[in-house]
Design a protein around this ligand. Structure first.
Ligand SMILES: NC(=O)c1ccc[n+]([C@@H]2O[C@H](COP(=O)([O-])OP(=O)(O)OC[C@H]3O[C@@H](n4cnc5c(N)ncnc54)[C@H](OP(=O)(O)O)[C@@H]3O)[C@@H](O)[C@H]2O)c1
Length: 333
């Protein structure tokens, strides 16, 4: 089968289209013919391992010290069709349209993947695709949607809270804005100017262009600040977070020391975590999508063989919402 080969860490052009053996499902696995997958900021970060040294070392211990070891195909989310099932699989049959995540096992930038039908420690998940989404749209939900839901559940929204979401225009943010609205919050979305119309369209009550305005100098005080991008200064933003307010940090690596310090000294709740994705969360998102309460935002679509250009675009930071990769099985390359 065709797959993107990730054989070393580095810039986008370390990725190449190649041929690998088509996988066969184990007893508890489904074989999925992938129709659409994505490239996220997380994929670019993992590909390059351009992190502070302690984090780079930790990830190298997981993925491979000098080069990716077992997981040599990138990509974490997909939508496609079940092509075969292992003998113990109960929830799926051949031909089912599905969406899902490989999580930290990677491997979705390819024509096929085998995934266990039960969620494991890598955060994998498979569920029937939302009826009212195309494969391209559905492929963008498992990563950003599940991560946003993970953090919003930790915020325990009761309705009426004022919530600020920083980095709202990306893969996690576009779902976080809509889910926060669904759970009853009044949402202020912060991102760069060209993303603000889109953020209003998906329901943000207020928008702030961070390149023009510093929200930490404003009058508004928030119950919850969800910093997706990890670039807020705690000392400044403490002024606009209520005394008993909550910080949610999706990118704790950039702020771990200051996060712990803020937690110890300010009485505010600081939640820094790696999101864990479950199949139940994927099904919850599907139900919201089918009820018309949640949609995705797609900026651009690339072909599998255009993976280098796709990574280059994601690295510009200009991506609005999500970037999709379509997998044309019969396409001649
Ligand atoms: N904790 C976890 O489990 C977990 C899971 C997945 C991902 N992550 C991390 O979460 C981060 C975000 O992921 P994502 O996929 O949503 O990224 P993304 O799609 O690139 O979105 C990030 C958004 O932040 C905006 N931004 C950049 N600098 C900003 C600033 N100073 N203030 C406000 N907004 C700013 C970017 O727009 P502009 O560039 O136009 O400004 C972009 O729209 C990544 O670093 C990823 O590694 C954490």
């Amino acid at each position: 089968m065709k797959a993107i080969l990730w054989t070393k860490y580095g810039p986008p052009d370390v990725l190449q289209l190649g041929e690998v053996e088509k996988p066969a499902p184990k007893d508890n696995e489904v074989l999925i013919k992938i129709i659409a997958t994505t490239v996220t900021a997380g994929d670019c970060e993992t590909r390059s391992l351009d992190f502070p040294i302690f984090l780079s070392l930790a990830l190298r211990m997981w993925i491979g010290f000098r080069k990716p070891k077992e997981n040599t195909i990138p990509g974490t989310e997909l939508a496609g069709v079940i092509e075969a099932t292992g003998k113990d699989v109960k929830n799926f049959k051949i031909g089912d349209p599905v969406f899902g995540a490989a999580g930290m096992a990677f491997g979705t930038n390819a024509e096929y993947i085998c995934l266990s039908e039960d969620t494991g420690e890598t955060g994998n998940a498979v569920a029937i695709k939302p009826k009212n989404m195309s494969f391209e749209e559905a492929a963008t939900v498992p990563f950003g949607g599940r991560d946003a839901l993970h953090f919003l559940r930790l915020a325990n929204l009761q309705g009426g809270e004022k919530m600020l979401i920083n980095g709202a225009g990306g893969s996690i943010g576009v779902f976080a804005v809509q889910l926060a609205k669904y759970f009853g919050a009044e949402v202020t979305a912060v991102d760069s100017g060209e993303k603000l119309d889109m953020l209003r369209e998906i329901g943000a009550d207020h928008v702030v262009d961070y390149t023009q305005e510093d929200f930490t100098k404003g009058e508004q005080v928030y119950d919850i600040i969800f910093d997706i991008i990890g670039k807020i200064s705690f000392s400044k933003s403490n002024k606009v977070l209520k005394k008993n307010g909550t910080y949610l940090l999706a990118n704790p690596m950039s702020q771990i020391i200051r996060g712990l310090w803020t937690k110890m000294t300010s009485g505010r709740k600081v939640i820094m975590q790696t999101a864990s994705g479950t199949t139940e969360n994927l099904i919850f998102l599907r139900e919201l999508i089918e009820a018309g309460k949640l949609k995705t935002v797609i900026d651009r679509s690339y072909l599998l063989e255009e993976i280098v250009a796709a990574h280059e675009y994601v690295e510009t930071g200009r991506k609005k919402g999500n970037l999709v990769i379509t997998v044309g099985h019969d396409r001649k390359v």
